[in-house]
Design a protein around this ligand. Structure first.
Ligand code: T5A
Length: 218
């Protein structure tokens, strides 16, 4: 049985997942953990090819094909990178996982949730995150941050209403009712992503230390 930890960072565009993942990796490494940071889509050679198609191509991709491409990237990442790292006792920090599929392809694109759930079960082969940190902030604030960073990818170019649906979906995912109905997602904690990077990181660390008191990490 896997004895490492899988911590997922989730949230709408520009919420600060990548930034917080980097800060978290530095802090946990300094505490003596072996930490691996990966992102979806991507994280493997196949996944990076799929990422290019999904985010940086001008291809016509219908929602069902889009969902399955995300799933294919996920399946490869879980089997080739995440499972082996967890088996070795490492901490895996993952930038997005299947909550993103439920939010973007389910609520955003309108695909049936049960179909996504079934496809996801194939992709993850039953892997459940130990903790998901869900960064929350209004869609327009995240999009403005992403715009400031520059370069809109295919998903970011979707209309504001799409991103607002996605942001609202993430809020619903944090409710106890939704989590009870979705045990495949594991525990989800909400972290306010407004304010400075340092302020958000303090909240992220508080969530980590609450889930795993610091003494058990060192
Ligand atoms: N997707 C993904 C699906 O549709 N289905 C799926 O199943 C999966 C897995 C991935 C896209 O794919 C979609 C979702 C996405 O659209 P991506 O490039 O990985 O694309 O994009 P995101 O995951 O959305 O990542 P972003 O880079 O857009 O946002 P992050 O990682 O949340 O934010 P970050 O840290 O890069 O920060 C964005 C900018 O804001 C600044 C940073 O310096 C950076 O410039 N920033 C802050 N500014 C002010 N205050 C703070 N607290 C800040 N924190 C960061």
């Amino acid at each position: 049985m896997a004895h490492g930890r899988l911590v997922v960072l989730e949230g709408p565009e520009g919420a600060g997942k990548t930034t917080q993942l980097r800060l978290l990796a530095e802090r946990l490494s300094a505490r003596g953990e072996t930490v691996i940071g990966v992102r979806e889509p991507g994280g493997t050679i196949l996944g990076d090819e799929i990422r290019t198609i999904l985010l940086h191509s001008a291809l016509d991709i219908v929602p069902r094909a889009e969902a399955l491409l995300f799933m294919a990237s996920r399946a490869q990442l879980v089997e080739r990178e995440i499972r082996p790292a967890l088996d070795a006792g490492d901490t895996v920090l993952l930038d997005r996982f299947f909550l993103a599929t439920y939010a973007y392809q389910g609520v955003g694109r309108g695909l049936p949730p049960n179909d996504l759930r079934a496809a996801n079960a194939i992709a993850t082969n039953g892997l459940v995150p130990h903790l998901t940190i869900l960064l929350t902030l209004p869609a327009e604030v995240g999009l403005a941050r992403a715009a400031e960073r520059g370069g809109h990818d295919r998903m970011e170019r979707a209309e504001l209403a799409f991103h607002e649906r996605v942001a609202r979906a993430y809020e619903e995912f944090a409710t106890p009712e939704w989590q009870r109905a979705h045990p495949e997602c594991g525990p989800i904690v909400l972290v306010d992503a407004t304010g400075s990077e340092a302020a958000v990181f303090d909240r992220v660390m508080a969530a980590i230390d609450e889930r795993w008191p610091a003494s058990s990490l060192s």
